[in-house]
Design a protein around this ligand. Sequence first.
Ligand SMILES: [Zn+2]
Length: 402
Amino acid sequence: MGTAFVDGRVFVGNGKVLEHATVLVEDDKIVSIRDTASGLAKDTRRVPIGDDTLFPGFIDCHVHLVMDASPDPIAALAGQSAVITTIKAVKNAQKTLEAGITTVRDMGGKGGIDLGLKQAIESGLIKGPRVLASGSLICMTGGHGWPIGREADGPDDVRRAAREQIKAGADQVKFMATGGVLTSAVEPGSAQLSYEEMKAGIEEAHKAGKKTATHAMGSQGILDALHAGIDSIEHGIYLTDEIISFMKENSVFYIPTIAAMYHIGKMGVEAGIPAWAVEKNNIVTPHHKKSIKKARKAGVAIAMGTDVGTPFNYHGKNLMEIPLLVKHGLSPVEALMAATNTASQVLGIQNIIGTIEQGKMADLVLVKHNPVENIDILNDVDAIARVMKGGQFLEDESYKPV
Ligand SMILES: [Zn+2]
């Protein structure tokens, strides 16, 4: 028995929006997209699209499932037992999937919890999105993220650290190229892991067929990561013309994670965020805005990532990033593609997810009304009407993992 989403608007993910389309799902795959609902088998379960819009399952390229969005989440993590962190991560994963995010790329766990969580979801122990896990992020000693990262110094040690993550089951490897906002006593603009160090680590990841990502805010660190062969730049605060043309020519993805800065700026010290973090955030924000606009204008591929888990940046509110991307110059269709097709390319699994096309995995989300015309509707979690992952609705009793 198949399921058909019948007669309505379908955001394919490749730039096209179909009207009066019917999408047929069998088992865990999309088997056809038709312009008529007639001819469906009698026992097909019919889900009318009505006034809603059918989207490919959304993809968030930058989450931290172990972080709890408290005012100082790194400090919270440091003072927490692994059991509590794990229970929180399980809940975070559930909220994420319920919000229509069917795939996430976790950009830094702690003590292997992200890797275990991925296994728990795949084996059906808990409900959650597909997780592409990084294991521990790799940073220099005392560098950004050190309280949860694998500190490594020198090319040989970074190479070893990358091998360790791959051995533990990481889907990609993350390197810290610069300082950042949420670790005290590091500067967002300063370079951290060197070109030689990242080159060794990236080489290891690529040899194992894994993608690489980098926390990179300042220009020198970004350039070092790019020349070392990195596949995506996360945050990217200080993008120069040289950086932008390199990214465009070499098809390096840009994941600005606007929500991270937005929530710190909005909530501030009064909400309990450490003053040093708010101060750094205020300094980087105007540069970030300019960089996103410039990169978009130049045609750099921009993908959605939220950095959820950072202060007041809640798991399950991931889709807020899409209206934020629109505020920073992307068209609604571009921003929605950033969260579907472009994001699937970042992960390197564009043949499996990211668009509504025959043969793709049936990760499908029914969103109320038409977000292309009213993008702000995505700020409301109630806009998500139904979520299907791998051909199964979340609410189905028979839900089995895929
Ligand atoms: Zn992050």
